[in-house]
Design a protein around this ligand. Structure first.
Ligand code: NAG
Ligand code: NAG
Ligand code: ZN
Length: 593
């Protein structure tokens, strides 16, 4: 191709002066406007038009200001008018590389061309920066506080600020404004992300206290109309087998006293008829702790509902319940365990979690298309988990540019499930050395579908069952050449998706995570600051008795120095941790998701 000057390649226009001015803007060269001969008729006409344009513009601005002022005197925050629904989706721990991993896996498994995309891919609108007030790497508590309160707080904070004052949440404000509200998750409903919408505690580990608050035992009373997820054990008194509470409180009874209809099984869920037979308020706890990973759950579909099914039932019920209201609903739906698969460095579990999230995302799009009420869905992550890379250098020689989806497709179980089964086997059977080796080989070939098992891999599993979870996951990762840089979170920016980029315009581009929180309250047009004020007024000096019989703040004990990072000192100082070589992770460390 002949080298043409860049600026010449442009459609011609009848007005050559415009072109000259455009060139001037692009090149910085002054234009030659010699066709203005002073005092010609044309000259005065131009002046006249210019003056008219200035006067007219000024008039419009004055009228707009006057109109705005008169509006403001009626209504201090200009809130959007009209009935609306807001569905906020959170893909916990899903960074951009999770999409690449899952997309290639999906194409491989279905024999599809590289042009085939996930549903998510087609709705990308921006990115979110995720740091918390205490660290460049956030946890899910500070991450969700940025969404619920639109404020930065410290890692571990459940909708409390760095000074330990509670901050009102968008869900609480939505409830007060007359919206219906819901939370749907695949982890414990008391885990950090859902907790941040309807509870306030100083330390995310206090899930017993979070359970009480979420059913309405806190200064605002009941604010959530529908909850679906796991975490039943935090609702049952310590006298029952399935309890993980440290006290004898029965939170299921407490919830019923506050009006909740309670369901706890697949059979109960099916009786809800996809949401058509839900009586609100509704509390559905379908697992003792987390709902199993999708890779395992799909074989136990008669025991646990999927994320998509729970989301659909929730949307149907909330839409029906608001049919005759002038307010719609606010629903948070979380793909909670993408994060856990990242913590476990288990790529096979992760792709099935992301695909389950993608399916729920598609359901939400379909709902919004068909529901008569205006609505928008925004989807983002609180942070990335695992430092995932679709690349891995296995040897010192120059790396090949490949990663292989096929080992992920061979796996029929998560590493978490295989490790749990292996440890249960060891406890129950007390096997001989040879039996143990047989068991391990069998679990790898049937659970992971791997045929090239090495003796070293078997020997390590036999001698170190405490780290079996990480070992099973590592077998898949090495073969797939999937890289991980941590069993924790990373500081990567995460994607923002929406059903409608026009309605979600403030989130187009790169944003701080608190701006996602700003969008939620602004779209609903709700007064979160009034809730903060109410919480602070009603909560001052409000004490409760803890499990040890001591009087503590209703938001629980403030974590001590060392239990949480102090923002400034942590950011300023480097601890020389690279020299430490601890190998002390147990199976499935639950700490600090
Ligand atoms: C259950 O909790 C109560 C406090 O509410 C405590 O006194 C009791 O020892 C606990 N029981 C068990 C079995 O842990
Ligand atoms: C995956 O399964 C296929 C079919 O059983 C087998 O041929 C292949 O070797 C397996 N892949 C690995 C990495 O073991
Ligand atoms: Zn996590």
């Amino acid at each position: 191709m002949p080298a043409e000057p860049l600026l010449s390649n442009r459609p011609s226009s009848e007005n050559s002066r415009d072109l000259a001015e455009e060139d001037a803007l692009l090149t910085g060269q002054p234009t030659d406007k010699s066709d203005f001969s002073p005092r010609s008729w044309k000259f005065w006409r131009e002046i006249g038009l210019f003056v008219w344009a200035v006067v007219a513009t000024a008039l419009v601005i004055v009228l707009a200001v006057v109109y705005q002022k008169s509006q403001d005197s009626h209504n201090t925050t200009p809130s959007p008018s009209g009935k609306r629904n807001l569905i906020f989706m959170v893909s916990d721990g899903m960074g951009p590389t999770s999409l690449s991993l899952t997309r290639s896996f999906m194409q491989f498994q279905n024999g599809l061309p590289f042009s085939e995309q996930l549903v998510l891919d087609q709705h990308l609108i921006g990115q979110s920066r995720t740091r918390s007030s205490s660290s460049l790497i956030t946890d899910s508590a500070a991450g969700a506080t940025a969404f619920s309160c639109a404020q930065k707080s410290y890692n571990g904070a459940i909708s409390v600020l760095p000074n330990h004052d509670p901050c009102g949440t968008v869900l609480e404000a939505a409830k007060k404004a007359g919206y219906m509200t819901g939370l749907v998750v695949t982890t414990r409903i008391t885990d950090a992300t859902p907790a941040c919408f309807a509870a306030h505690v100083n330390n995310r580990m206090e899930e017993d206290r979070i359970a009480e608050q979420m059913v309405g035992d806190y200064p605002l009373g009941r604010v959530v109309d529908l909850m679906f997820g796991g975490g039943r054990c935090h609702f049952l008194p310590n006298s029952t087998d399935d309890s993980c509470r440290s006290d004898s409180k029965d939170i299921v009874s407490m919830a019923k006293d506050k009006g909740y209809h309670y369901v706890d099984s697949r059979k109960d869920f099916d009786n809800l008829k996809g949401g058509k037979s839900i009586d609100l308020p509704m509390l559905g706890l379908f697992a003792e702790t987390d709902i199993p990973y999708e890779i395992d759950r799909r074989n136990e579909n008669d025991v646990y509902p999927s994320l998509k099914e729970m989301a659909e039932a929730a949307m149907t019920a909330l839409s029906d319940a608001t049919r005759n209201s002038d307010k719609g609903f606010f629903l948070m739906i979380e793909g909670s365990r993408i994060d856990h698969a990242g913590h476990h460095n288990d790529p096979a579990a992760q792709v099935h979690e992301v695909l389950a999230y993608d399916a729920a995302f598609a359901s939400v799009l379909k709902f919004l298309e068909n529901d008569p009420t205006e609505g928008v869905m925004v989807s983002t992550s609180d942070h990335e988990t695992g430092g995932l890379a679709t690349a891995r250098q296995l040897h010192t020689s120059y790396p090949e540019y490949v990663w292989y989806p096929s080992p992920l497709a061979n796996a029929s179980h998560s590493a978490e499930r295989l490790a749990l089964e292996y440890n249960t086997y060891l406890e129950k059977k007390n096997p001989s050395e040879a039996e143990r080796v047989d068991y391990i080989r069998g679990s790898i070939s049937s659970g992971l579908g791997l045929t090239d098992i090495s003796d070293a891999e078997v020997a390590k599993l036999a001698s170190d069952p405490g780290t079996a979870l990480y070992q099973y996951a590592e077998m898949v990762s090495r073969r797939a050449q999937t890289g991980w840089s941590t069993h924790g979170h990373s500081a990567a920016d995460v994607n923002i998706y929406s059903s409608n980029p026009k309605l979600a315009m403030p989130l187009v581009g790169n944003h701080e995570n608190t701006e996602v929180g700003d969008f939620l309250r602004e779209y609903l047009g709700v007064d979160v600051d009034a809730v903060t004020k109410e919480l602070q007024e009603k909560g001052t000096n409000l004490m409760v008795t803890d499990a040890e019989g001591q009087q503590v703040s209703w938001m629980g004990r403030i974590p001590e120095e060392g239990e949480r990072l102090d923002g400034q000192t942590h950011l300023a100082s480097y601890g020389g941790d690279f020299k430490k070589r601890h190998w002390n992770h147990g199976r499935g460390c639950d700490c600090g998701h």
